[in-house]
Write a protein that binds this ligand. Structure first.
Ligand code: DUC
Ligand code: ZN
Ligand code: ZN
Length: 471
């Protein structure tokens, strides 16, 4: 039999094209795209459905340890299930190196957590918090060779921040090894200075998280990171960009010919600083970094998506329960400084961008696919195996009902968190089936992959960095 499965009469959408066709799947790969396929034991009618490459969420945190009393509300089982229900087939969580720890030891722990628990494919970025000569000179080159081809660095947080010299050393090592650097661009000292000043005035409610790290903090760090990338001649990705000023830094750098990429996230499109100003500790549910900002900043994030300043749209899923082990530790009640930074969003990323973007006419269907799947695969070395619908690619597919109307409700979600910051948001468009390598993982509200079939993905070096190396 030529095919295992045929998806019939769907509207296939890639980053480039939209057309009605049948799609034949064999041995987990797309085997044919044609006008009238037949001969398969399973035929799925996709009339009036969009058939798109499964979402790739290249920025999620799963089972990542935080401060001592805080627990992340997600393991690889719940996180990858929720991702599948949200139309995703690959996620890229972070593997956090603790100070003094080797990268290999950090990876051993994360692989153990993920092994056998993933319902979709997974690949780790490395967070470098201790970039000593052994890490940069020996471990990193070997790990890049082994398919760990991206690293994240932080310009803030007590236990993660890198000094400017360290940032430069990491970027120089990236230049040598081909690792692609993702930057959390907020300045440590500026945040500390403003936080201390706010606390001295008794301003400790969750709402003050925003003023403790205003747009200028992010703009300054973005500018600094871009300048360092220019000096060391490496492409970088500025992640979770929240505002106009930071977006314009990236835009300016790109106009000058620098290979700087940008990422934004749902929270910067549909939440604002006012959400952190809700009664009592409710505002803590929206505390993430960078924080949600103004309506004008939302507009800027849309402009960045529309004009390609941002090439990837990720969730930055970083879930902490609204409970004693998450947002509401005894310390958090003393002041916003102690509220864990991060919100859930792995399951709602695609519906939010589809509804606010495609259904409301802000972006095209093809831009939607590029921003949620294709560009992630390209930037992080998974293309063309992932990120498109093409003969030979993995049959990672989401079937989408563009007309389905839903109101986002925590009761319907599958993540490990006990709330969603998007509660009550009305959306048009919802994933109705997610397939991983030709096998149905979720259909409607049912999980069909009872045995997790997700694989760990080794990645090629990013084409951005391989071009740099070739210079
Ligand atoms: N950075 C992230 O990437 N995620 C959550 C918190 C943070 O600071
Ligand atoms: Zn970050
Ligand atoms: Zn993050």
């Amino acid at each position: 039999m030529p095919f295992d499965t045929i998806i019939k009469s769907g509207t296939i959408v890639t980053a480039a094209d939209t057309f009605i066709a049948d799609l034949g799947i064999k041995d987990g790969k797309v085997a044919a795209i044609a006008s009238d396929l037949s001969d398969a034991p399973t035929v799925i009618d996709a009339t009036d459905r969009l058939v798109m490459p499964g979402g790739i969420d290249s920025h999620v945190h799963i089972a990542q340890p935080g401060a001592v009393e805080v627990v992340m509300a997600e393991d690889f089982n719940s996180g990858t299930q929720a991702a599948a229900f949200g139309g995703n087939t690959t996620v890229m969580p972070f593997c956090l190196q603790k100070k003094g720890q080797s990268l290999r030891e950090a990876l051993r722990i994360y692989h153990k957590e993920a092994e056998g628990r993933c319902h979709i494919d997974v690949s780790f970025h490395l967070i470098l918090t201790d970039p000593n000569p052994r890490v940069l000179g020996q471990e990193l080159p070997a790990l890049v060779e082994e398919g760990y081809t991206s690293i994240k660095v932080f310009m803030t947080y007590d236990d993660m921040v890198l000094k400017d010299r360290e940032l430069l050393e990491v970027m120089a090592a990236a230049r040598r090894t081909g690792a692609f650097v993702m930057v959390h661009a907020e300045g440590f000292d500026t945040i500390r200075f403003l936080t201390d000043a706010l606390e001295a005035e008794g301003k400790t409610a969750p709402h003050y998280h925003g003023p403790s790290r205003p747009a200028a903090v992010e703009r300054e760090a973005t500018h600094r990171a871009i300048s360092f990338a220019e000096m060391t001649d490496v492409p970088i990705m500025i992640v979770h960009v929240s505002n106009r000023q930071a977006m314009e830094e990236i835009e300016r750098a790109r106009r000058r010919g620098l290979n700087i990429s940008g990422e934004t996230c749902p929270q910067y499109l549909v939440l604002t600083e006012d959400d952190m100003d809700r009664e009592a500790m409710e505002g803590a549910k929206f505390v993430c970094s960078p924080p949600p900002r103004s309506n004008d900043d939302q507009d800027a994030c849309w402009e960045g998506l529309q004009h390609g300043i941002f090439s990837v749209f990720s969730s930055d899923h970083c879930p902490y329960r609204f409970a004693e082990d998450g947002k509401l530790t005894p310390k958090s009640e003393q002041g916003f400084r102690w509220i864990p930074n991060g919100i859930p969003g792995i399951e709602t990323r695609l519906p939010i961008l589809f509804s606010e973007g495609v259904s409301k006419g802000r972006i095209s269907l093809n831009q939607f696919v590029a921003l949620t799947s294709t560009n992630h695969a390209k930037a992080y070395g998974l293309y063309p195996r992932k990120g498109s619908i093409a003969v030979g690619a993995d049959a990672d597919i989401v079937l989408w009902d563009p007309e389905e109307k839903r109101t986002i409700d925590q009761a319907d979600l599958h993540h490990g968190c006990d709330y969603t910051p998007y509660q009550g948001l009305e959306v048009t468009g919802w994933p109705v089936m997610t397939m991983l390598r030709g096998r149905v993982v979720t259909q409607g509200d049912t999980l069909l992959s009872h045995t997790p079939e997700g694989e760990y993905l080794k990645r090629d070096v990013s084409p951005f960095t391989s071009r740099t190396q070739a210079l």
